[in-house]
Design a protein around this ligand. Structure first.
Ligand SMILES: [Zn+2]
Length: 257
């Protein structure tokens, strides 16, 4: 990316205050005919979900990088499943927040709207979002390692660890592990959206995880306005037209008001 001649219009976000940047971003969203939103761990953290990059509880001596890999699963599927079972039980205790609900409500108004998430926790579904492109998969989905059949299993605790498919094959979590490619059909749809939108809203993600990081650049290079909502400056800030400093639960209801 070349350096933009126009500096990004950063503005601090003050709750209850209609900052100029918030107003401008809101009016851009109102006038846009095609909108995509990319969400990341930040919006889930506001619901109380830990990032799991440094596992919590009994798992705190382990690194996610040593559990969320095909190699770890091949070595000890039961052990890896115990970690996922723990994560599922933690996620089940929290709910979607005002940020998730604002996105679901906006989708229900109709129009060309694409929600892309890096989160596997299913909180967008629970908030009522219908079409969610889950580029890192879904922790509530189980996939057979033999026949490839996927099924949804929403019990907070699985009765059988590791779980098995009806064909007898071992099932794995339906998420993307370190070193694995993104699900190609979902990723293709996310990229297509990024090339054909008027506004991309990047929420609660530093988007440093490749290749998702490329979406903001892709959208920008195809003429979209990029609006960032994050508590801190991120690598997206440099390509964002507007960077709104605040939490998703505070900012999104105001942006989609
Ligand atoms: Zn199977």
């Amino acid at each position: 990316m070349g350096k933009s001649s126009e500096p990004a219009r950063h503005a601090p976000y003050n709750k209850g205050l209609d900052s100029t940047a918030t107003c401008a971003a809101r009016s851009a969203l109102q006038n846009a005919s095609r909108i995509a939103v990319l969400t990341g761990a930040g919006i889930s953290a506001e619901s109380g979900i830990p990032t799991f990059r440094g596992p919590g509880g009994i798992w705190r001596t382990y690194r996610a990088e040593n559990l969320a890999t095909p190699e770890a699963f091949a070595r000890n599927p039961k052990f890896v499943w115990e970690w996922y079972d723990y994560r599922r039980s933690v996620i089940a205790t929290v709910g979607p927040n005002a940020g998730h609900r604002a996105l679901a409500a906006f989708e229900q108004r109709g129009g060309d709207f694409t929600l892309i998430t890096q989160n596997v926790d299913g909180l967008h579904d629970r908030a009522g979002s219908r079409n969610v492109l889950k580029v890192h998969g879904d922790i509530w989905s189980l996939r057979c390692t033999i026949c490839g059949r996927e099924r949804e299993e929403k019990s907070a605790r699985l009765t059988e660890l590791p779980p098995h498919c009806r064909c007898g094959g071992l099932e794995r979590p339906g998420v993307v592990w370190f070193g694995e490619a993104l699900p190609s059909s979902v990723w293709e749809l996310a990229q297509r959206a990024a090339r054909h939108i008027d506004v991309l809203l990047v929420v609660g993600t530093s988007a440093v995880v490749h290749p998702v990081a490329g979406l903001a650049h892709l959208a920008k290079s195809h003429g979209a306005m990029v609006v960032e909502v994050n508590l801190a400056e991120t690598p997206v800030t440099s390509v964002a037209d507007y960077s709104l400093r605040g939490s998703a639960a505070e900012v999104l209801p105001e942006l989609f008001a």
